[in-house]
Design a binder for this molecule. Structure first.
Ligand code: ZN
Length: 84
């Protein structure tokens, strides 16, 4: 295992974003999205991993938090991304 930093396609948007949930999906919705780690196109109706990130908004914002969804082609990519 190398400890050098990998380049990831879509890094964590900021330190205040917290990973809520990561799980495998075999079907989510029509369309494709880019693996956040290696950048390959993922068919969202095929096997992939989905990650939900949440960020608290400053007090005063109506919604209270902001949500982002990242997708990964494999568990390995989730790992690479998480250690970035
Ligand atoms: Zn990947």
């Amino acid at each position: 295992m190398s400890h050098t930093k990998h380049h990831v396609a879509r890094p964590r948007p900021g330190p205040d974003w917290v990973v809520q949930d990561v799980r495998p999906y075999d079907r989510w919705r029509e369309g494709t999205d880019e693996c956040a780690a290696c950048g390959v196109d993922i068919d969202l109706n095929g096997d992939h991993y989905g990650m939900e990130l949440l960020r608290s908004l400053p007090a005063g914002e109506k919604r209270g938090f902001e949500r982002e969804r990242f997708v990964f082609c494999s568990e390995r990519c989730v790992e690479v991304w998480s250690h970035e």
